[in-house]
Design a protein around this ligand. Sequence first.
Ligand code: SAH
Ligand code: SF4
Length: 346
Amino acid sequence: MSSLYGLTLAQMRSSLKEAGLAPYASDQVYDWIYRKLETNPDNWSNVSNKVKNFLTENFSLELPKIVWKGESRDGTLKFLLQLYDGQTVETVVIPAVSNRLTQCLSTQVGCAIGCTFCHTGTMGLKRHMSDGEIVGQLIVVAQFLKEREQKLTNIVYMGQGEPLHNYEPVKRATKVFMEDKGLNLSQRKITLSTSGLVPQIEKLFDFPPVNIAISLHAAHDNIRSELMPINKAYDLKRLFEAIKKIPLKARRRITYEYILIKDLNDGEDDIKGLMNLLDKDKSKVNLIPFNEYPESKFKKPSEEKIKWFQKSLLDNGYTCTVRITKGDDILAACGQLKSKLDTATS
Ligand code: SAH
Ligand code: SF4
């Protein structure tokens, strides 16, 4: 049975209509689920029994279960979620200034891309997540936060999985997040990060116009191929041809994520390479000091080296930030997610 949480408002309206029921009841259902975070139909007091019965008989209302959670010293929360078939994924909530609360969403169980620096990549792809599961992971976390009187303000597709490898479900989930009768998240509050799946990047004109982040990580093909096997299929030339076609609203930029790894991509040559590839006015560089995890073979550069790398780009007129590592004491930082109970609890 497909999940109720995978339905956009228009889809819910038309399925009610087809069943001879009042389509506007969808607006009330959306309000209960996404505004009040009430997922038990028994409590939908202004929704008719006919509508409730139709929806519960035709759609699943099951949510992922929180099987473990942890809170880092810096306030980052990590949740291990169990899906209907027993598979587990992780999702993280990251606090920032001025009450900003960002949820980092997973899109697949594991990941097929196999980047050599990424803990998730070592798992391989177990399966895609459905649209209902992608939305469901937000609902359970939002329900948990509501108890603490906290509310999510932003989402990033930077958890486990390659979002563009699971294009349609991620697109539908994004539409659900943006529904104005529901969460009403603006496209500016949503960021999709991709490792560079060229055919899907070329389809982005058909995706809600959210912020796009490209996991670049190297400015030369030989280094990028060593880090990201996908570069052997779609090299930097093809990647940038595709990026040029991404429709960008006025004054919006693409973010380039660049993991800094000691003695691998942190030198003068790499800065020159980045400057050759990136247009100052259309790019933002986000440097991510490599997060170490058990068995990782790479190291993080020294603080001085990271500062020098950032300053070199800033001095050349680039917008460049360094991502502060959050949640590393509970293995919730970028690339540390592996969704095993043993790593989550260690
Ligand atoms: N698959 C997508 C989105 C999820 S990965 C992608 O790769 O873009 C989210 C971010 O975490 C990416 O920028 C990824 O490169 C980064 N990341 C992965 N492993 C990391 C590690 N060990 N240290 C720091 N960042 C890492
Ligand atoms: Fe997959 Fe992203 Fe990890 Fe690469 S960095 S293996 S694309 S999750």
